[in-house]
Design a protein around this ligand. Structure first.
Ligand code: ATP
Length: 271
């Protein structure tokens, strides 16, 4: 664990054990898992299918409580964030956007603010419009319905909703899944600039190597029920473990490493 992560951790997971019982059969997903995520990091969590990456995100959001161990977000147990508290502290972009199909774009973005029940309508409207434009959408999109949007627009609206209460922590579940290469590149560019401009801490789960190397300042690998390595990308991909070899090496890995080499000039150190 790096010294910076320990001193200014936005997320701290200690001795985590997660297990589910299905039809009387208990499956242990995480055992003694530890992870500390420093302020300002863009951390990608990678691991095999079923290794518990999404469960980790849900635990950070307070949607699931671990069997034992602790998940602390911004100094508080994640399970105690509360619904409104969670939206102002943690933004979540779900894999398919999870927009409300009966609401317009603007109503979707404004939803967490309306849920508070305390803000004037004009303020809610203006804030949602600002966020709409922050994610690169034209104001004319405000009154469209989700069914009228492209895949890339759905992701942008969902991102605007996740950020509507200015949370310092953003969680992304497969943010570029389902997008064509151009839309995926454009969405990565947006995520990169928001991470830097808003000084966000971002935790991303994805299988997409291009997205991982385009954005990550750190990579945490989950295997054998715990985090086997949490390091800067160059170091993480060299970790000696069969999953790491299979995931990062080979043709996909070489292509991704070219991205890394091109980025070394502007990559922040230590996060
Ligand atoms: N609520 C639940 N009840 C029972 N089992 C669950 C529950 N949530 C997750 N699991 C199981 O926990 C394991 C980890 O699930 P999770 O979705 O976190 O994996 P993942 O690493 O995100 O996988 P993938 O890369 O395939 O999306 C899976 O075997 C899943 O079936």
């Amino acid at each position: 664990m790096n010294a910076q992560a320990t001193s200014s951790a936005v997320v701290k997971i200690e001795n985590l054990c997660s297990a589910f019982s299905t039809r009387g059969v208990r499956a242990v997903i995480h055992q003694d898992l530890n992870l500390s995520i420093a302020q300002g990091a863009f951390l990608s969590i990678v691991g095999g299918s079923g290794s518990g990456k999404t469960v980790l995100l849900r635990q950070m959001l307070g949607l699931e409580t671990p069997q034992s161990g602790s998940v602390t977000v911004l100094g508080e147990p994640a399970s105690e964030l509360g619904r409104a508290g969670a939206a102002s502290r943690v933004g979540m972009l779900f894999q398919h956007g999870a927009l409300f199909s009966a609401f317009t774009v603007l109503e979707n973005i404004a939803f967490p603010l309306r849920e508070l029940g305390t803000l004037p309508r004009a303020l809610i409207h203006d804030t949602a419009m600002v966020k709409l434009q922050m994610v690169g959408l034209d104001p004319s999109a405000a009154h469209k319905m989700p069914s009228d949007l492209s895949g890339g627009m759905v992701k942008r609206v969902a991102l605007a909703r996740a950020l509507v209460m200015d949370p310092p922590l953003l969680l992304l579940d497969e943010p570029t899944a389902g997008l064509d290469p151009d839309a995926s590149d454009a969405f990565c560019t947006l995520l990169r600039s928001l991470h830097q401009e808003l000084r966000l801490t971002v935790v991303m789960v994805t299988h997409d190597l291009d997205t991982i190397f385009e954005l990550s300042t750190r990579i945490a690998v989950v295997a054998d029920k715990h985090v086997i390595v949490d390091a800067e990308p160059r170091e993480a991909i060299r970790f000696d473990h069969p999953f790491v070899h299979a995931f990062f090496l080979g043709e996909r890995g070489y292509r991704a490493m070219e991205v890394l080499q091109g980025q070394s000039a502007h990559r922040p150190q230590g996060v």
